[in-house]
Structure formats: structure tokens, C-alpha cells
Design a protein around this ligand. Structure first.
Ligand code: SAH
Ligand code: SF4
Ligand code: F3S
Length: 439
């Protein structure tokens, strides 16, 4: 009987992509995937460190598995991802039941790690030298309509609140040939949407020192691949979005009218303290340039409430930015001090939890208001949507689908249309979704 593995994936899409690679390598080693961690012989948690709550969640999961190991000492337990990258071998002391600790730079060394652990070794390998990607790697792709494909890893920006440069290292672009090949394989296997992924996708190619290798040109290359599918890319850094990129999105029929451009704060002083390379006015300019270039486009953002030293007036600038720009949707978060970061050391400027929470609540409310407004604009119009899954809701079979701009649409259908493009008319808007009927 083959041994079974279970990987619990936390954090962003980058971790999810890493998991597709790790699962592929596990399967090549003869392991079988299980969706129930109680059946697993080898358990791994892929961690996120963006906020302290993410780290706490990962460590409490490991604690549960550690208790199980007392009864069943043969199981193997590992940790990888961003929190592992920060805490390194100190985790062996905290969690003596761990067998394996590895970081974000050496996931392709995973088969060797597994073999060493199988031989009874305790392995901890964290390095900032990237371990090369094998030319042929079988991924165990998630069973979804779309595929997420990393194009650039790491970040050179060092925003003062953010731990990512310390967990994912410096920017490293994957070669365009590798990416195109991966897209072709995904399309051949039936994927209908490709999302190009990076902490900073607009920086794509800068480290490859060839002026022709840019995100805009990569989009054009992928757009030329045959088949009916959609292309997206996340995440964009406001001032790295070039006119050529905007034109590529406008020209390429498969590239969707969707930009995720985190602003983080609506106040120029706070943006400076965050080490973001733009002020309120520059962000507004870029945002409006994109809005004006398209008939319909979705622009989403991220905001942090309660950055150290943020005053009430400065916070109000964040709320007014969301309203003035009518930002379609924003991810919102309460500032969490992170190790190694500049802002994490500004302890005397920390905002009390109560105020942070209260600001977060108001941020959330404005965000909901704008999201609903953005959704309401679609009512009565017809859109082509890509169906993602079928679910029963109140005794009725409903499809979950998305517009090109990324909005979630539900419509009734007894037939499972997953993976198909369908035309629907929007009948009703709510904050988190739209309702429609097939036309
Ligand atoms: N590269 C992207 C963001 C990646 S991190 C960018 O530059 O915008 C994802 C989001 O997590 C960030 O946009 C930010 O809003 C949030 N975040 C990062 N560090 C945080 C912290 N210390 N506390 C709260 N939220 C944080
Ligand atoms: Fe973090 Fe800033 Fe890099 Fe985004 S650009 S990953 S927020 S350091
Ligand atoms: Fe978290 Fe690491 Fe992603 S810190 S958000 S898993 S890059």
C-alpha cells in the first residue's frame, strides 16, 4: 500500500502554486494524495507570515498533528513556506515532533528532503540561494477551471510593513519559454483561464536583462496561443504599470480587463512612511488612466488600517480615496507588526488595537458600499461568463461563474456547465455576488 501525504496550504496563491509543485513531486515519489489529514503518513503545512494571525494558525495546526504523533510515531511532519523561512531551525526546539523544515527558495529539492526524512533524518534547509527549477516537472494541478502560473517570485520593494522580501527573497523572473510551455500544457489539459502570478508582476523580466522580456510582451506571447481561454495577472505595483502594459491588455483579446493595484493608504505621508514609491495624486493618475482606457474594467486594491503613526485624518484619506475612485473591491487588513520590518520596530508609534479595529470596521463598510455600487452597474447587461462550478442553493442547482472583469455571478442551470463560456443577463446585484439568467 502506498504512503499517503497531506499538505495544508495557507496564505497567498504563491503558496498554492508551490503546493501544486510539491504534490507533483510527492506523487512522483510514489505517494498518494489524501484530503483527510487523519489518513496521512506525511503531513506538511505550507505557511504564510504576512500577519501574525497567519503564523499562529499554522503553528496551532502543527500542534494538533504533534499530539497525534505521540500515539503514532511513524508519521512524518513538515513545515515549509514563509513562516518556516523566518523561524528556521528554531522550530525544532519549539516543535520537537517536526521532521522537516524547508523554505521558499528550495522547494525543487523536495524529493531529496523526503528521502532523507524517510531514512529517519531530521532535515532543516533554509537558504537564500534559489535551487534551480527542473526542466520537466509534473504538477498536481488543483481541480479548478483556471491555472495559476508563477512568472516572478520575490520582491525588491521593502515596503516598511511587509515581511515578503524576507520570506521570498529578491525578484527572480522565470524564463518566458518555461512559462509559455506551462501555459500550453495547462490549456491542452483543459484549463480555461491562466493567471500569471507574482508579488510584483510588472517587474517581470527586469532581472533577465533583455528589454524585450516584459509583462506586456509576455501577455502578447500567451495571447497568441491557440484556444479559447482567458488571461489575468496579479499583483501590480502602481507606478510600475507601463503604458505598454495597459495597451497590451487593451489589444489582447484573451487578456481580461482587470487590474489589482494595491494602494495601501490614501494619504501621502503614510505612503512615504510605508516606503511606497508614489503619493496619493500619482496613484489617482494611474488609476484614472486605466479607467479611461477601457469601456469596462475592474480595478481592485488592498488597504491597511492602523499603520504605525497613522492619524485619524490620515485614515480618512484612505476612506475618501476608495470613495472618490470608486474602487471596485479592496482587500482590507489590520496592520500587524512583522519581524525584520522597519515599521515593526516603530513600537512607540503603534496604534492601540481598539482604534485599529474600529478603523478597520469603517474601512470594511466603505469597501462594501463601493463593491455594491460597482456590482449594481452591471444589472440589466449581458456578459459572457466562464463557469467555475455547480452548487446546490436552496434546492436549486446554480452555476458559479465569472465575468471577464472577475465578478462572481450565480445563475440557475440544471446542466453542469463547469468550464464553459456562457452568455448571461445580470438580474440582481449584491455586495459579494451578482445573480443572472442565461440568454
Ligand atoms: N505585492 C503586493 C502585496 C503583497 S502582500 C503589493 O505590493 O501590494 C498582500 C497584502 O497584505 C498587501 O497588499 C497588504 O495590504 C497586506 N499586508 C502586508 N503586510 C501587512 C502587515 N504587516 N499587516 C497587515 N497587512 C499587511
Ligand atoms: Fe510586500 Fe511591498 Fe513587496 Fe508588495 S511590494 S510584496 S507589499 S514589500
Ligand atoms: Fe503569505 Fe508568503 Fe504569500 S507571507 S501572502 S504566503 S508570499
Amino acid at each position: 500500500m502506498s504512503r499517503k501525504f497531506y499538505i495544508e496550504t495557507m496564505g497567498c496563491q504563491m503558496n498554492k502554486s508551490d503546493t501544486e509543485r510539491l504534490e507533483g513531486m510527492f506523487i512522483e515519489l510514489g505517494y498518494e494524495k489524501t484530503d483527510n489529514h487523519k489518513d496521512a503518513d506525511f503531513l506538511i503545512v505550507s505557511t504564510c507570515a504576512i500577519r501574525q494571525t497567519s503564523v499562529d494558525k499554522a503553528y496551532s495546526q502543527l500542534g494538533v498533528w504533534g499530539k497525534r504523533k505521540k500515539k503514532n510515531p511513524d508519521i512524518k511532519i513538515g513545515i515549509c513556506g514563509c513562516a518556516a523561512e523566518l523561524d528556521k531551525e528554531s522550530l525544532f526546539k519549539r516543535m520537537p515532533y517536526l521532521d522537516l523544515i524547508f523554505g521558499t527558495h528550495n522547494i525543487f529539492k523536495f524529493p531529496e528532503f523526503v528521502k532523507r526524512v524517510e531514512n529517519g533524518e531530521k532535515v532543516c534547509e533554509i537558504t537564500n540561494i534559489p535551487y534551480p527549477e527542473p526542466e520537466e516537472l509534473k504538477l498536481n494541478r488543483a481541480n479548478t477551471v483556471g491555472a495559476w502560473i508563477p512568472i516572478i517570485e520575490g520582491c525588491n520593494n521593502f515596503c516598511t510593513y511587509c515581511v515578503v522580501p524576507f520570506t521570498r527573497g529578491r525578484e527572480r523572473s522565470r524564463l518566458p519559454e518555461l512559462i509559455v510551455k506551462e501555459v500550453e500544457t495547462a490549456i491542452k489539459s483543459g484549463k480555461k483561464e491562466i493567471t500569471l502570478l507574482g508579488q510584483n508582476v510588472d517587474s517581470y523580466g527586469k532581472d533577465l536583462h533583455n528589454p524585450d522580456i516584459t509583462l506586456a510582451n509576455l501577455l502578447r506571447k500567451i495571447n497568441a496561443i491557440e484556444g479559447k481561454f482567458r488571461i489575468r495577472f496579479v499583483t501590480s505595483y502602481p507606478t510600475d504599470i507601463t503604458d505598454d502594459l495597459i495597451e497590451a491588455v487593451a489589444q489582447c483579446d484573451k487578456v481580461c480587463e482587470f487590474f489589482h493595484i494595491p494602494m495601501q493608504s490614501g494619504n501621502s505621508r503614510v505612503l512615504k512612511a510605508m516606503n511606497r514609491r508614489y503619493d496619493r495624486e500619482q496613484y489617482f493618475e494611474i488609476f484614472k488612466k486605466i479607467r479611461n482606457r477601457f469601456d469596462e474594467v475592474e480595478i481592485t486594491s488592498d488597504f491597511i488600517a492602523g499603520f504605525p503613526g497613522e492619524t485619524e485624518e490620515e485614515f480618512l484619506d484612505t476612506l475618501s480615496a476608495i470613495e472618490e475612485l470608486q474602487i471596485d473591491y479592496s482587500n482590507t487588513a489590520i496592520y500587524s507588526p512583522r519581524p525584520f520590518t522597519k515599521a515593526g520596530k516603530m513600537t512607540e508609534l503603534f496604534i492601540p488595537d481598539k482604534i485599529k479595529e474600529e478603523r478597520f470596521k469603517r474601512l470594511h463598510e466603505v469597501n462594501c458600499k463601493m463593491t455594491l455600487l460597482s456590482n449594481q452597474k452591471l444589472v440589466g447587461k449581458v456578459y459572457e461568463v466562464l463557469c467555475e462550478s455547480q452548487k446546490e442553493k436552496k434546492g436549486r442547482l446554480m452555476m458559479n461563474a465569472r465575468t471577464r472583469t472577475g465578478k462572481l455571478v450565480h445563475f440557475p442551470s440544471d446542466k453542469d456547465l463547469t468550464g464553459e463560456f456562457v452568455n448571461v443577463k445580470i438580474t440582481k446585484a449584491q455586495t459579494w455576488c451578482l445573480y443572472a439568467e442565461q440568454v
